[in-house]
Design a protein around this ligand. Structure first.
Ligand SMILES: CCC[C@@H]1OCC(CO)=C1C(=O)O
Length: 183
């Protein structure tokens, strides 16, 4: 197991305060010194986990775009796979929990939400170009609604059922939202 994966599992399960570098070292079967060789501080390891959370999305987007779907279906498929990642991927789960806990100075952590706001606005603008977005719907406003809804859905899933129902909860929100978004 990689150090980052072990840290993600611990951060996802018990959060930043309750997780020590020693816990990570024990989980990955290394000494603390070996972990510190790769990540000089707990804070550096924390930032690396949050960065790894965001690094998941470009590859997922590429995989979905390779299916050659229309823009609106690409958007829908991307968010469905993202919901599955929040349900099953400890790195994604750890990044989300760390962004909620904000254990480090705000300017040392990646900015939350902005990557998704930009990407979804771009995909919705492509949908508008293709005549797939309901007339009068602003891609920027729709992106904000989608990000807020997705964030809230994954957060509630985390608090109410340890993320076991994330994809089910997202599909409920998705079905209603896309009724309003599709032309
Ligand atoms: C896609 C909704 C936004 C997403 O949900 C949890 C979280 C963690 O902060 C996110 C982010 O920062 O982009």
């Amino acid at each position: 197991m990689q150090i980052l994966d072990a840290a993600a599992e611990l951060f996802a399960a018990q959060g930043f305060p309750a997780t020590s570098v020693k816990d990570v070292a024990d989980r990955v079967g290394m000494t603390k010194g070996a972990v510190y060789f790769h990540y000089p501080t707990k804070e550096a390891l924390t930032i690396a986990v949050v960065e790894a959370h965001y690094a998941r999305w470009p590859g997922l987007l590429e995989a979905v775009q390779a299916k050659g779907l229309g823009p609106m279906d690409t958007l829908l498929e991307l968010l469905d796979h993202t919901a599955a990642a929040f349900q099953d991927d400890p790195v994604v789960q750890a990044g989300a929990r760390l962004q909620m806990e904000q254990p480090l100075p705000i300017d040392t952590m990646p900015a939350p939400y902005v990557g998704w706001l930009d990407l979804l606005e771009q995909l919705l603008a492509e949908a508008e170009e293709a005549g797939e977005l309901r007339a009068g719907v602003s891609p920027a406003a729709a992106a904000r609604v989608l990000v807020s809804t997705f964030f809230g859905t994954q957060h509630i899933a985390a608090r109410l059922d340890h993320r076991a129902e994330t994809t089910k909860r997202w599909s409920e929100a998705r079905d209603l939202l896309f009724l309003a978004l599709r032309a």
